[in-house]
Design a protein around this ligand. Structure first.
Ligand code: MG
Ligand code: ZN
Length: 366
């Protein structure tokens, strides 16, 4: 009976308001679980040992530990059992396995669409935040299309396509200290972006479009003065994007977990994990209040083959051991999820599975 009434109402609505599509109705009135907003965290190089080292070392309860669902993803790329961050980011952002070194393109170098672009096309606000240059492999996978991850100046140009409302990270030099002499920040201002070079101005900005270029190249390490900034960048991105009544998609990367592990430097690595967890706390607090926000935390691959060979929980001490090469490894990486649809991110999945789940939960199509 109820279904019959609903069907009748739907038909009446479609007759009376022909512009009101079935999709719009289902986005607001469906009983199926939906998320209005999605916040995705990527800890570059963050395996389970990195997470547990952070939990052990942290003086405060860990946000990741409070997420009700967890699972694993398989990170291999189209041409290698061990992925790089280009293919890893592309798998998560675009739902396709590509070759190592590639950004937002398939193995044939043809551009593939990212979650950011699809969300933008469907009227959602979008954001990308990282502690590396914003043109670096992980954030670039959500915005740019290039068969060479190192083509930073070309990748910077792709940020002019307007699909990202808020981007905050390093990388100023790739926008205005370029081989071609162009200053892309002029174009960004024409497109309505508030171009911001420091954290204080970022906090003050009232713009709905923000290009935050907070370092010439990469930002500082957490342990060398950057600690807490990712938290503020995340807070600002959420504040701006959540003004969009249609919802938003935001990716936040803890870029330097990977770099600490490449250096086989336990202090550096763990400081970056803890710093990202502080940013996750901001997103989780927003999601708890908002009630319609899914937060997913994962990694693109593991770095360093890290094992924990000693430690003390009471004194927050942990001793790590990295593999000799300090390179990426093939092990599955963890994912943690909270909010509407969070249960879908449990079990073992390919790293390409995120895109369709995100689209389905947001009720949008390519
Ligand atoms: Mg990265
Ligand atoms: Zn790496």
């Amino acid at each position: 009976m109820r279904i019959q009434i609903f069907k009748t109402l739907t038909i009446i609505l479609l007759v009376v308001f022909p512009g009101c599509s079935v999709q719009n109705i289902s986005r607001t009135h469906t009983s199926k679980q939906r998320a209005k907003n999605i916040i995705l965290f990527i800890g570059d190089g963050m395996g389970t040992a990195h997470v547990y080292a952070g939990i052990t070392k942290s003086a405060y309860p860990f946000s990741m530990e409070s997420f009700p669902y967890s699972g694993f993803s398989k990170t291999y790329s189209a041409d290698n059992y061990i992925t790089d961050s280009g293919a890893g980011g592309t798998a998560i952002a675009c739902g396709i396995k590509t070759k190592n070194g590639m950004i937002g393109v398939g193995p044939d170098s043809v551009a593939v669409t990212s979650i950011t672009e699809i969300a933008h096309k469907n009227g959602l606000a979008t954001g990308v935040v990282s502690t590396s240059a914003i043109t670096h492999a992980t954030p670039a996978s959500f915005v740019a299309h290039n068969s060479g991850r190192g083509n930073y100046e070309d990748i910077a140009k792709d940020f002019l396509n307007g699909t990202v409302d808020v981007f905050i990270g390093g990388g100023e030099d790739h926008f205005r200290n370029r081989a071609d002499g162009a200053d892309l920040t002029i174009k960004l201002r024409e497109l309505g972006y508030d171009v911001i070079m420091n954290l204080d101005d970022l906090k003050k900005s009232g713009s709905t479009r923000i290009a935050g270029l907070l370092a010439k190249e990469h930002m500082a390490k957490a342990e060398e003065g950057r600690a807490g900034m990712l938290q503020e960048m995340t807070r600002k991105a959420i504040e701006v994007l959540s003004r969009d009544k249609d919802g938003f998609f935001l990716m936040v990367e803890g870029s330097m977990i990977d770099w600490g592990a490449h250096e086989k430097n336990m202090e550096y690595t763990v400081a970056e994990v803890i710093d990202m967890d502080n940013a996750i706390s901001v997103a989780k607090a927003f999601a708890e209040t908002n009630g319609k926000t899914l937060v997913v935390v994962t990694a693109d691959h593991e770095t360093g083959g890290l094992s924990l060979i000693g430690g003390n929980r009471q004194y927050h001490r942990v001793v790590g051991n990295f593999i000799t090469s300090g390179a990426h490894t093939a092990v599955m990486v963890p994912m943690f999820s909270y909010g509407p649809g969070a249960e879908r991110f449990s079990g073992i999945h390919e790293n390409t599975f995120f895109l369709n789940e995100f689209l389905d939960l947001l009720n949008i199509v390519k």
